[in-house]
Design a protein around this ligand. Structure first.
Ligand code: AGP
Length: 608
């Protein structure tokens, strides 16, 4: 999730652009850059301050664009930082989003002699615009013609050396807005850079573009139709904008889950063949398909995601999988045979030291190592031989929510890909793809039930202990739900396979010790329902999480019921984890705790 700013007006653009990037740093960044008409461009890897320090006195102009990068394609280097220009450095562009067909565009342009300098998808877009931009064509027309050939998402602002009196911005899938000031016009990916200058804004909608000059702005559709836009007055303060109006980043990030599932799958589903397309695994796929054993490793929530991945890959591809906590795996006598085993390391931050050391140990034994990582260019992303990026955007809350859901989504794609290389039929594969494609809407349905979950959480907020139970695909979600509650509400919570309850944990059950039981209508529903009855027989309270259509039946045996839409059993964890994230959030909120930064915890554990 990159940050974009643009300015055109009476003043020097540079101060607004640099301050605007600072305001956008919360969105995550690994590099930044600026282009100012008649002054040129400066780009730096690292913090925005690195860029700010590099801007010399006198670097000024009355129009410009700037960008903080959250890398998706290409390492976070100065070369890959935005703004990007075409070869002749006539057209300059900043971009937020993913150009899915950038490889095809690059190939077609290369065939015409265009040379590329970076690994980014964005450079393909600016080169395409330049290829349409001859002396008789206004910039907005070149942009429009280029966007007609693009598949993917974008929020872009484009400047031209040839037409310094204008900026062109366009939006499809990545937010973009225009601030209307007394001294000029401000363009940004959200309101935080604009608020200091004006509260009068126009939001671009998907498919719209705006041509902005010092004299005014003109909003058009991609078909060049004029669009009448309402000027809104912003009420939010900066922090509220960064959290999209939510009280905490954790809630904002839970609410982003549907969009994150979409982004984690973007360009990766192949419905016609009933499989997945994971470009990051392309070069190593033959070795992965030959694997007789897959070892998944990670820490905390990433480890629990791995436990779901184990079941996904075994069920879909029949490959034996074992999952090891990284801090344990790195000290065990290695039994990994490089010939037939592959290590998959899962890490949101890509910097968790235990996970990194487990990878290094596997590599010392010649194993192929793959990463499922959210932060592009992070240490683990670079240490592993290949991998799949989550594209979940920066996760600010210490408790992993949207990244965990993205990890499950990526593991589902890997299971599908390996399954289709084994005995999973095209028919079954296509059915699985259809279920995957329906997940974002199912997740929106779950989120629409947040008020019910909040009411439940308030009623249980005084609990000091809780038991989370589930079977098969739901037992890792029980562990994860317990971890969420532990880490942000400080309630002692334990996750257990429901079948284990009678081997000890049931001794804990009493009225003040509630249980959250994951009981979707899956292959083990009846057994799990019996567990609920066993708990109730001992006066234990039960919150049951089930699937639509089973609420009434479970309401007969449980105290409270939360339902999620039905889907493939192997994909249900992606939906059942959301109510548990919300439950933990609302309990912690009711207890008045610092949710985004819980005590004793760090977002990335880079120590042992
Ligand atoms: C999850 O809510 C925790 N913040 C923690 O368990 C986290 O999942 C773990 O530290 C692993 O982090 P990583 O995914 O960045 O490697």
């Amino acid at each position: 999730m990159c940050g974009i700013v643009g300015y055109i007006g009476k003043n020097n653009a540079t101060p607004f652009l640099i301050d605007g990037l600072r305001a956008l740093e919360y969105r995550g960044y690994d590099s930044a850059g600026i282009y100012v008409v008649s002054a040129g461009t400066i780009k730096r890897a690292g913090k925005v301050e690195e860029l700010a320090k590099s801007v010399p006195e006198g670097f000024s102009g009355t129009a410009g664009i700037a960008h903080t990068r959250w890398a998706t394609h290409g390492l976070p280097t100065e070369l890959n930082a935005h703004p990007h220009a075409d070869e002749s450095e006539t057209v300059w562009l900043v971009h937020n989003g993913i150009i899915e067909n950038y490889a095809e565009l690059r190939d077609a342009l290369s065939a015409k002699g265009v040379r590329f300098r970076t690994e980014t998808d964005t450079e393909a877009l600016v080169a395409l615009i330049a290829s349409k931009y001859d002396a008789k064509t206004p910039l907005e027309e070149a942009v429009r013609a280029a966007l007609a050939e693009v598949r993917g998402t974008y929020g872009i602002v484009v400047a031209s050396v040839r037409e310094p009196e204008k900026l062109v911005a366009a939006r499809f899938g990545s937010p973009l807005m225009l601030g209307i000031g007394t001294d000029g016009y401000y363009i940004a990916s959200d309101a935080t850079p604009i608020l200091k200058h004006t509260r009068e804004v126009v939001y671009l909608d998907d498919g719209e573009m705006v041509i902005v000059t010092r004299e005014g702005y003109d909003v058009r559709t991609r078909e060049h139709e004029p669009v009448k836009k309402t000027v809104e007055t912003l009420e939010w303060d900066v922090e509220a904008v960064q959290k999209k109006g939510h009280e905490h980043f954790m809630l904002k990030e839970i609410m982003e889950v549907p969009e994150v599932i979409e982004n984690s799958m973007r360009g990766r589903l192949v419905p016609d063949e009933g499989t997945a397309n994971l470009g990051g695994l392309r070069d190593v796929l033959p070795r992965v398909k030959r694997a007789k054993r897959i070892i998944i490793t990670g820490c905390g929530s990433a480890y629990y995601a791995g436990l779901v991945g184990e079941l996904l890959i075994e069920e879909l591809a029949g490959i034996p999988v074992e999952v090891e906590i990284a801090s344990e795996l790195r000290y065990r006598r290695p039994t990994m045979n490089p010939e037939d085993a592959v290590l998959i390391a899962i890490s949101q931050s890509g910097e968790t030291l235990d996970t990194l050391e487990a990878i290094k140990e596997a590599k010392r034994h010649g194993m192929l190592t793959l990463g499922i990582v959210n932060v592009v260019g992070s240490t683990i992303a670079r240490e592993t031989d290949a991998g799949v990026y989550n594209h979940a955007g920066p996760e600010i809350g210490v408790a992993s929510t949207k990244a965990f859901v993205s990890q499950l989504t990526v593991l589902s794609l890997i299971g599908l890909l390996l399954g289709r290389a084994d005995s999973l039929s095209a028919t079954d594969g296509s059915a699985f793809v259809r279920e995957l494609a329906a997940l974002p809407e199912h997740a929106r349905t779950v989120l629409s039930r947040a008020a019910h979950i909040e009411a439940l959480a308030k009623r249980y907020a005084s609990m000091e202990d809780a038991l989370f139970l589930g079977r098969k695909f739901q037992s890792p979600i029980a562990y994860e739900g317990a971890l969420k509650l532990k880490e942000i509400s400080y309630v002692h919570a334990e996750g257990y396979p429901a079948g284990e309850m009678k081997h000890g944990p049931i001794a804990l059950i009493e009225p003040a010790f509630p249980s959250v039981v994951l009981a979707p209508r899956d292959s083990l529903y009846e057994k799990t329902k019996s567990n609920i009855q066993e708990i109730r027989a001992r006066s234990g309270k039960v919150i049951a999480v089930t699937t639509d259509g089973s609420e009434e039946e479970l309401a007969q045996v449980a105290d409270d019921v939360i339902a999620v839409p039905k889907t493939h059993e192997a994909l249900l964890p992606i939906l059942t984890t959301i109510p548990l994230q919300l439950f933990a959030y609302y309990v912690a909120k009711e207890r008045g705790l610092p949710i985004d930064k819980p005590r004793n915890l760090a977002k990335s554990v880079t120590v042992e």
